[in-house]
Design a protein. Structure first.
Length: 136
């Protein structure tokens, strides 16, 4: 699938904790679907409401994301419900998530092209956390 076109803003979301190769690959492939990639990074308070706790604070995760050459802009993700507003605000044409979310955002298809990208095999923040815990 190639969408490269001056009008194809791609939007994606995530916590991006313990930034790793799998994150880079997802962002690289997402950016390849358009000409600009905008990332909604889950805030610390939103992660708590989701029952998660990031190891790295939001501002640091945002800084890391902005240093990635595939990412053009980062904004805070504060709730599940903001996606439609964000799509309109950033004039996004493509919405990307990892394929472990397959089907979860199909309701957005009336607004944007929804793409679920395969995750990088054997790489995840959860696995890194588990390995660190076992090593300590």
């Amino acid at each position: 699938m190639t969408f490269a076109n001056p009008e194809y803003v791609v939007i994606t979301y995530g916590t991006f904790d313990l930034f790793h190769f799998g994150h880079v690959e997802l962002l690289r492939r997402a950016r390849g679907l358009g000409t600009k990639l905008i990332v909604g990074c889950s805030t610390d308070s939103f992660n708590i409401r989701k029952g998660k706790r990031a190891v790295i604070p939001y501002e640091h995760r945002k800084h890391v994301l902005l240093s990635c050459r595939f990412v053009d802009e980062v904004f805070p993700e504060d709730s599940w419900d903001q996606k439609e507003e964000d799509i309109a605000k950033y004039n996004a044409k493509v919405f990307v998530m990892g394929d472990d979310w397959h089907g979860a955002f199909d309701s957005l298809k009336r607004l944007v092209q929804v793409v679920y990208l395969p995750r990088t095999i054997n790489v995840s923040s959860s696995e890194i956390r588990r390995n660190l815990h076992e090593a300590s």
